[in-house]
Design a protein around this ligand. Structure first.
Ligand code: 3PG
Ligand code: MG
Length: 392
């Protein structure tokens, strides 16, 4: 791998700018999921152990270049202190003075970089202002690496740069899943719409041996095969596109797996009457809300034959019971095989982590990414500017 890591850097007495992603969910001023904070702690601790002074650069929300008080990073400080186990100072402005005053053994967090209009413009001037605050730059924000912003991209060209521990872990896991995976490799892609995951599906069919399609997206593929899906969510205008993806898969030797049976209901609400039927038997006025038991059995068998699995998106409308069953059962099978060391499983992107947490199996996956959009863009085969900048 082309990029340097913390191990390659001399950090003794240095001011170390660390780009982190602490864009975490907050309700009533409290962090409701601290996963992203927990995952940056090893980097901060390692920097401190090597004698460096950590100065954290981060964004929160989308303030669009203006100061928006509700999007101040000040509210994240208590959660950071708790997880890092050190005093965290906060600077709303006067960054240079705050950096000079930072004592060893403490951490400094600078205010939301997106309050500055130069951040999202990847402005060199703003990147230079930030670069002057430190001696070394470490990017630990894989989940923001799909953004070419001043604190993720431009800055890396201005000073000695390296990947943090979380960045390293994310890149290694993704490389193991899709870069140079043990075969057979399967990808499971769920979610509502084909239109949002077109690039991803097109890239995957030429790289994996099996592609499992679930969620509302599967309905579009069923429609493309002439199967009636009642009042299910389906993008009928994408049928031609779905057929093209199927043809591309065929010529690439990738097997596409669609549901063979389905769980249907007339309404999408908890406790709605539901039925399990063959995939071809969705009546008028009914909608497909989950994959059925036979489909899950086949998936469990497939996962048993695979060495690598990449998972993005739920198989059904997992937010409401009983339409979470296929997602839960398939996720449990993946978790079991992973725990036995027989399957390398990597999950990430959007709803995925929520679905796996709900199934109670996230810990047994080989790796669960902290990234949403960055994970998807990586699965699409795109170069992430924040990663590319570290290699240059
Ligand atoms: C995220 O939460 O997906 C990252 O922090 C990136 O945020 P953004 O989508 O606002 O760029
Ligand atoms: Mg996002």
């Amino acid at each position: 791998m082309a990029w340097k890591t913390i191990d390659d850097m001399d950090l003794g007495g240095k001011r170390v700018l660390i780009r982190v992603d602490i864009n975490v969910p907050v309700e009533d001023g409290r962090v409701t999921d601290a996963t992203r904070i927990e995952r940056i702690v090893p980097t901060i601790r390692d920097v401190m152990d090597k004698g460096g002074k950590p100065i954290l650069l981060a964004h929160f929300g989308r303030p669009k270049g203006k100061e928006v008080p509700e999007m101040s990073l000040a509210q994240i400080v208590p959660a950071l202190e708790e997880k890092i186990g050190a005093n965290v100072r906060f600077a709303a402005r006067g960054f240079a003075d705050a950096v000079s005053a930072l004592p060893a053994g403490e951490v400094l967090l600078l205010e939301n970089v997106r309050f500055h209009p130069g951040e999202e413009k990847n402005d060199k001037g703003f990147a230079s202002e930030l670069a002057e605050l430190g001696d070394v730059y470490i990017n630990d924000a894989f989940s923001a690496a799909h953004r070419a912003h001043a604190s993720t991209e431009a800055i890396a060209h201005l000073m000695p740069s390296a990947a943090g521990r979380l960045m390293e872990a994310e890149l290694k896991a993704l490389e193991a899943a899709l870069g140079d995976p043990k075969r057979p490799v399967a990808a499971l892609v769920g979610g509502a719409k084909v239109s949002t995951k077109l690039d991803l599906l097109e890239n995957l069919v030429s790289r994996v041996d099996h592609l499992v399609i679930g969620g509302g997206m599967a309905n579009t593929f069923l429609v493309a095969q002439g199967i009636e899906v009642g009042s299910s969510l389906a993008e009928r205008d994408m049928a031609e596109t779905a057929r093209r993806i199927v043809a591309k898969a065929e010529s690439a030797g990738c097997t596409i797996h669609l549901p063979v049976d389905i769980v249907i209901a007339q309404e999408f609400k908890a406790g709605a009457e539901s039925r399990s039927v063959d995939v071809a038997d969705c009546p008028e006025g009914w909608m497909i809300l989950d994959a059925g038991e036979q489909t899950v059995e086949r998936l469990v068998e497939l996962f048993g034959d695979c060495a690598t699995l990449i998972w993005n998106g739920p198989l059904g409308a997992f937010e409401i019971e009983p339409f979470d069953r296929a997602t839960n059962a398939a996720a449990r099978a993946v978790a079991d095989r992973s725990r036995e060391g027989k399957l390398t499983s990597v999950a990430g992107g959007g709803d995925t982590v929520a679905a796996l947490n709900k199934a109670g199996v996230a810990e047994d996956f080989t790796y669960v990414s902290t990234a949403g959009g960055a994970f998807l863009e990586w699965m699409e085969g795109k170069t992430l500017p924040g990663v590319a900048a570290l290699g240059g």
